[in-house]
Ligand binder design. Structure first.
Ligand code: 2AM
Ligand code: CA
Ligand code: CA
Ligand code: CA
Length: 263
């Protein structure tokens, strides 16, 4: 096995193992804390899952660096070398309130370039994965390239804060986009929304502020099926910076960007 095959094999094994541990914990009471505000939650399971993954990575790949949402990794300031970017539970509010629609997200980057991506829907046991240059997969089956569709046939995922007064997007433009598509959805997990674009369940996704661990894996997976991942101004994402995110197929991306997002 070469190095990347080894990383790929372990990553798939660990993400599923982490998922089984979460399922096993569902009947025990959660310890819930707040972070930046009363709706920004973290639980003991977010922390334990991140620690579980980090322990596996550190033992098996001691030379790799790790950036994790809950802070058990390192304070990564530059993109050099191999970096694992972890979100142990993406959609913690869903995890706490609904026990569904939360994902484990793992991106593996080398010198700032996405190489591998994994998003695991723990409850549905759906694994979305990709290897840059070798395609994206859904539970091991190759995902086809994305097909273009018309704006009026679009299923758009968005964070509803986009259409109320905010400091990032003109809500009037987004409101008119919402009126002109077939339907809108909000799942409350950025990783799920990115995975759904890759799988063709959604045609586009717009959100105002994500962190690297929210989009690291999804970016690799969406790009492997020919999707475009940028910020809401059409600029490339920096893997170590917070950013707005806009994801779609190439033509639809251009249409939405030109008509509804650009200043
Ligand atoms: P999280 O569940 O891992 O925190 C919807 O809230 C989406 O936005 C989720 O993917 C969530 O990830 C992400 N998100 C990013 N920053 C957030 C914040 N400060 N509060 C709540 N969710 C946040
Ligand atoms: Ca969080
Ligand atoms: Ca997240
Ligand atoms: Ca999280």
């Amino acid at each position: 096995m070469d190095r990347w095959e080894e990383i790929d094999t372990y990553a798939k094994q660990w993400i599923k193992e982490a998922g089984s541990r979460i399922i096993g914990s569902l009947s025990s009471p959660l310890r819930i804390e707040t972070k930046s505000n009363r709706n920004d939650l973290v639980t003991n399971i977010d922390k334990e899952t991140e620690q579980f993954l980090i322990q596996k990575i550190r033992t098996t790949f001691p030379g790799h660096r790790i950036l994790g949402e809950e802070g058990f990794g390192e304070d990564v300031k530059d993109a050099g070398g191999i970096i694992w970017i972890l979100d142990p539970i993406d959609g913690t509010v869903n995890f706490v309130h609904q026990k569904v629609n939360f994902m484990i997200s793992i991106g593996v980057y080398e010198n700032g370039e996405g190489r591998l991506g994994y998003i695991y829907d723990v409850v549905r046991q759906e694994l979305y994965s990709a290897w840059k240059g070798r395609g994206a997969y859904f539970n091991g089956a190759r995902l086809p390239k994305l097909k273009e569709n018309r704006l009026e046939d679009t299923i758009l995922a968005l964070n509803p804060f986009c259409i109320v007064e905010n400091r990032i997007i003109d809500p009037k433009k987004l409101a008119s986009l919402v009126r002109n598509v077939r339907g809108t959805r909000c799942y409350g997990s950025a990783a799920l929304e990115l995975a759904y674009v890759a799988a063709g369940r959604l045609d586009a996704y717009v959100t105002m502020r994500l962190s690297p661990w929210d989009f690291a894996a999804g970016k690799v997976i969406v790009e492997e099926v020919g999707g475009i991942v940028t910020d809401i101004y059409g600029r490339p994402l920096n893997i170590l910076e917070n950013s707005s995110v806009f994801v779609s197929k190439p033509k639809l991306h251009e249409t939405i960007l030109e008509r509804y997002l650009k200043e």
